[in-house]
Design a protein around this ligand. Structure first.
Ligand code: PMP
Length: 291
């Protein structure tokens, strides 16, 4: 593992933050989860852009420029030395006196960790996973815009707990209008009659970088795709369903709230997109089995 903290690479034992850090005290901060494939940082520009957008939205002035941050990340990858890994990039409001006021904090804390990633078991990709709808709703944009990747994940964590209590590993989260938003740390897609659909940004989602990649791959694969409003009915009656995220990549979903999706096995278009995604990130040829 490699850790960078406030401008320096430090040993694990030295990688500590203050108990007065407002990131810890109030969840006042932002983060990114980024993948390292074959020694390359996947979609780094997009992650840096989202990180700076999140910072701007919460009035957090980062102590580095996007270019300096990218250079530090590249140096971190060199020091890490392995080809595959996961990067957790975090910025908090920094240490300050007790009390919510961000002006109590003199300087933000900026760190990243590069480490190995614990992947989902291969079985999930082969067989698909069951999910349930959680009663915990995604936060409305007039409370905290879901496009900001903040350190406030407690409602998502509660939804994850509901999933586990129902014997699943993931939950679908709805927005305040009862429309489908996303999973607890992943975006969601369905396929019906050959058309790919995913909740639009205004449905209250984090605009996932894997989601965007999948939309681009769908265009390359000539799979019609749209961003729209989806309800639970649309999920239940879909031919295929899958979720996407930097850690999970593309995971087929084969049961939702006890309803079997399509044939109950990962769908054909899902399979094509998984292959195309693997081809993109691992340099494998994107063999199209369906054609
Ligand atoms: N939604 C939420 C709530 C997330 O936290 C994440 C990232 N873990 C995603 C979607 C997927 O985003 P990305 O593809 O950029 O990892």
């Amino acid at each position: 593992m490699t850790v960078y903290l406030n401008g320096q690479f430090v040993a694990r034992e030295a990688a500590v933050v203050s108990v007065y850090d407002h990131g810890l005290l109030y969840g006042d901060g932002i983060f990114e989860g980024i993948r390292l494939y074959s020694g390359k940082i996947f979609r780094l520009d997009e992650h840096i852009r989202r990180f700076f957008d999140s910072a701007k939205a919460i009035l957090l002035e980062l102590p580095v420029s996007p270019k300096t941050l990218a250079e530090a990340l590249h140096e971190g990858v060199t020091r890490y030395g392995k080809d595959e890994g996961y990067i957790r990039l975090v910025a908090t409001r920094g240490p300050g006196d007790l009390g919510l006021d961000p002006d109590k904090c003199s300087a933000p804390t900026l760190f990243f960790i590069i480490d190995t990633i614990s992947l989902y078991p291969e079985k999930f990709y082969r067989e698909g996973i069951p999910v349930v709808t959680a009663s915990s709703r995604r936060l409305p944009a007039d409370g905290l815009d879901p496009r900001v990747k903040t350190l406030n994940y407690l409602n998502n964590i509660m939804a994850k707990v509901e999933a586990k209590q129902a014997g699943c590993i993931e939950a679908v989260m709805l927005n305040q209008r009862g429309e489908v938003a996303e999973c607890t740390a992943d975006n969601i897609f369905i396929v019906r009659d050959g058309v790919l659909s995913t909740p639009a940004p205004h449905c209250g989602i984090l605009q996932g970088i894997t989601r965007q990649t999948v939309l681009e791959l769908a265009a390359e694969e000539r799979i019609p795709a749209r961003e729209s409003i989806l309800t639970r009915f649309d999920l239940y009656t879909a031919d295929e369903c899958f979720m996407t995220g930097s850690g999970a990549e593309i995971v087929p979903v084969t049961r939702i709230d006890g309803r079997i999706i399509g044939s109950g096995n990962p769908g054909e278009i899902t399979g094509r997109l998984i292959l195309a995604f693997k081809g993109l990130v691992r340099g494998l040829p994107a063999v199209n089995v369906a054609r």
